[in-house]
Design a protein around this ligand. Structure first.
Ligand SMILES: [Zn+2]
Length: 380
């Protein structure tokens, strides 16, 4: 048995923020980070509420990699303000933090016997990357450890995919986050939990990233490219919240966390190596994963006269995209210190094997597999 869930209602295209005009006579809490507050992006929302005399408050204490403390402060805000509507405005951190704030507020208030209705949850992403606006995942940090929470209660009710909110994202962040989108799609596509439903979303996402990333990278004002990447991010989120991910994310989580490499860039560096590992081209028989990677090459119109050629083509295409967008091709190029990497290797391998994403990888990795993969990703 497999399951595909389609929860949030998605408002997309230019001007979809106008949806907020339908909110009247409610108490609204806007959750965001100090940077977004300063950028003026909040004004677009606040102006709508002012015009409609909607009572709102702004909680702008979200920091990158949101901590338990941030979530606790947010829960406190919920308990005192008691909003009917909660809007998460920002990248993955703001949306993830809001999910946990809602979850803990409901759990704490209900366990205290208070009657507290879950507020309407609206997510407005300001990067095209995590797809958090449609997923049931939230990553919270305690000390140096990241805890992924998964709960259906955390899926937003409404996602607003308005490219106006991403038009000022700088080129390198545009590239890093789009490569995260590509990784979500490819991992969902070969995941053990993939299905016809998630495959359709993954295939379209891969086409959109290859079709529009370079355009958005070279000209941030190319609003067609921005819109396509914003939709791709959301579609990849729908694919992986249902199909889950794989060891690409497991390795990127630990490498990124230990060496402060942005999430999307870490995923991108790992991607060609994990495709090669999962495809097992040297094996006795053709694997299902290899066939699916080759399908992606076919969809993109890349050379694909055999499964093997298709797998090699998609790896080459990803490497070209990385080169064109200035993403390092291995950990050495990303300035990771070799001695430090090797001294942390054991704990990193443990973390990768325990990571939730590993369960749905098409090939079950041994400890030795991850060790040699990380060594290869350092310097091939
Ligand atoms: Zn990701």
């Amino acid at each position: 048995m497999n399951i595909f869930s389609v929860k949030p209602k998605i408002y997309f295209d230019k001007g979809s923020i106008e949806y907020l005009n339908t909110i009247r006579n409610k108490r609204v809490c806007i959750v965001t980070d100090p940077f977004i507050l300063k950028s003026g992006a909040v004004d677009n929302i606040v102006n709508i509420f002012k015009a409609n005399e909607v009572k709102y408050e702004i909680f702008s204490e979200i920091k990158p990699d949101p901590s338990i403390e941030t979530v606790a402060a947010g829960v406190n805000k919920m308990r005192t303000f008691k909003p009917d509507v909660i809007i998460a405005l920002g990248g993955g951190s703001s949306i993830d933090a809001t999910k946990s704030i809602i979850l803990f507020t409901i759990k704490i208030l209900n366990s205290n016997g208070d009657k507290y209705n879950r507020p309407l949850f609206i997510a407005i992403p300001t990067t095209s990357g995590t797809g958090s606006e449609v997923t049931s995942f939230s990553v919270i940090t305690m000390g140096t450890t990241k805890f992924p929470l998964v709960d259906e209660e955390m899926v937003p009710d409404i996602a607003i995919i308005d490219a106006d909110f991403v038009k000022t994202v700088p080129p390198q962040i545009t590239a890093d986050t789009a490569m995260d989108v590509l990784t979500h799609a490819i991992e969902a596509y070969v995941s053990k939990n993939s299905s016809d439903y998630t495959d359709a979303l993954a295939e379209k996402t891969v086409k959109l990233v290859f079709g529009y990333l370079l355009r958005a990278y070279k000209d941030g004002n190319d609003m067609v490219a921005r819109e396509k990447l914003h939709n791709a991010s959301c579609m990849a989120g729908m694919a992986f919240t249902n199909a889950n991910l794989g060891i690409n994310h497991s390795i990127a989580h630990t490498v990124g966390g230990n060496f402060h490499i942005p999430h999307g860039r870490a995923n991108s560096i790992v991607l060609p190596y994990v495709i090669k590992y999962n495809a097992e081209l040297q094996g006795q028989r053709e694997t299902e994963a290899a066939r699916k990677y080759a399908d992606l090459s076919r969809i993109l119109g890349l050379p694909c006269s055999s499964t093997e050629e298709g797998v090699i083509s998609i790896i080459c295409a990803i490497k070209v995209l990385m080169r064109e967008t200035n993403i390092p091709s291995n950990l050495k190029e990303a300035n990771v210190n070799k001695n430090e990497l090797f001294s942390k290797l054991e704990s990193m391998v443990d973390a990768a094997l325990k990571d939730n994403c590993t369960k749905t990888n098409p090939r079950i990795p041994s400890k030795e597999d991850i060790v040699s993969l990380i060594k290869e990703i350092y310097e091939d």
